[in-house]
Design a protein around this ligand. Structure first.
Ligand code: NAD
Length: 371
């Protein structure tokens, strides 16, 4: 199969969808891998390493896309990339369509088959291709939050761990999944006072068990969120309703209850954000202030630690990539219902229920297309 790896073009996105190790694996299985020149540079993978692995290097972006049957990316395609997609091509990448009406339309019009990393499932009910990046983003959320609490960033001037004689900061994490647990774990490690709110009792039980009461676990209700808003120095938004837009759990009026200079880190911004006042920011200009509250809402947080993120992501995607390359999308998805859950758009049809519902579009079951 002809496989293409374009260079990512989203602001400050340095990850790449395939490492030289991955390229060697695919070439060894008889596939042709074309890597856009410079695609791996930001993650510390030189062009020469891809060449040594047997991949072809191509400087012309149009040629990279045009000849491909399977396109491997990291972030959702930007407008100029959507324009390059065509019928017969398979795109495998993060898509996050439920928050992106125009991207959904664009992909439908392209005629391509679009498989989203973030909706592929596993036997344990997890999201195996979201988890590695959620781990990274969760860990980064506390670094970002701690930095945003500094005065120069508009923060309240609170140091997360406090010092002897001065109480530590209070951190609330809303959503105790992969992002939330990793954020809470980092905040605990720094010595903050940590509360995790979740709607899932089994999840709260797991956290309580794992951390032996060192973090407070609270069932997520409007009252519990009100209390966190009044008391906390830093709140991390880490909720997810798979494939759907994030619920708005903190409204603009509630910001008035927060201490001046408190910080909201909305990791769920890639699903539209879970705070009413959130809007996506970039690593160039990651924060803004609304009613005295600092907001950090970078939609591609793991891009900033591209080396770690690329390795973590490709470790997880590689088995799926080899299945797509070896069998083609139809057989690969037909053989694995969890992989089939990744199909979001195929030749103009929306094949992921939550995306269809978000935009009032007709939903076509993937199983129908795989017969
Ligand atoms: N900004 C970034 O760079 C970045 C990177 C990775 C992941 N993310 C996003 O972070 C979010 C969380 O991802 P995850 O992997 O941790 O998901 P997850 O499924 O592991 O966890 C989500 C948790 O939210 C909980 N939840 C749902 N509704 C809730 C509510 N009303 N109150 C409290 N908890 C609630 C669920 O029970 C679940 O435990 C997703 O939107 C994901 O796309 C963003």
């Amino acid at each position: 199969m002809q496989i293409a790896v374009p260079k990512e073009i989203k602001n400050h996105e340095y990850r790449v969808a395939l490492t030289p190790t991955g390229a060697r694996e695919l070439v060894g299985r008889g596939h042709t891998v074309t890597v856009q020149a410079g695609a791996g540079e930001g993650a510390g993978f030189a062009d020469a390493a891809y060449e040594a692995a047997g991949a072809r290097l191509e400087a012309d972006v149009a040629k990279v896309w045009d000849a491909a049957e399977l396109i491997l990316k990291v972030k959702e395609p930007q407008a100029e990339e959507v324009a390059r997609l065509k019928t017969g091509q398979t795109l495998f990448t993060y898509l996050h369509l439920a928050a992106e009406a125009s991207l959904t339309r664009g992909l439908m019009e392209s005629g391509a088959t679009c498989i989203a990393y973030e909706t592929v499932t596993d036997r344990q009910g997890g999201l195996p291709l979201l988890a590695p990046m959620s781990t990274v983003a969760g860990r980064m959320a506390i670094q970002a939050g701690a930095h945003s609490l500094e005065k120069a960033q508009g923060g309240s001037g609170v140091l997360l761990p406090g010092v002897p004689g001065v109480a530590p900061a209070k951190v609330a994490v809303i959503g105790g999944g992969v992002v939330g647990e990793n954020a809470a774990r980092m905040a605990l490690g720094l010595g903050a006072e940590v509360t995790v709110l979740d709607k899932s009792i089994p999840r709260l039980e797991t956290l309580d068990d794992r951390y032996q009461g060192r973090m407070k676990t609270v069932f997520s209700t409007a009252d519990a969120i009100d209390e966190a808003v009044r008391e906390c120095d830093l709140i991390v938004g880490a909720v997810l309703i798979p494939g759907a837009a994030a619920p708005k759990l903190i409204t603009r009026e509630m910001l008035a209850e927060m201490k001046p200079g408190s910080v909201l880190v909305d990791v769920a911004i890639d699903q539209g954000g879970c705070f009413e006042t959130s809007r996506a920011t970039t690593h160039t200009d990651p924060t803004y202030i609304v009613d005295g509250v600092v907001h950090y809402c970078v939609a591609n947080m793991p891009g900033a630690v591209a080396r770690t993120s690329t390795q973590a992501l490709t470790n997880a995607t590689m088995p799926f990539v080899t299945a797509l390359a070896d069998k083609g999308w139809k057989q690969a998805l037909a053989d694995d219902a969890h992989f089939a859950a990744g199909l979001n758009v195929h030749e103009g049809q929306v094949t992921y229920k939550a995306v269809a519902e978000a935009f009032g579009l007709e939903y076509v079951e993937p199983a129908k297309l795989l017969k």
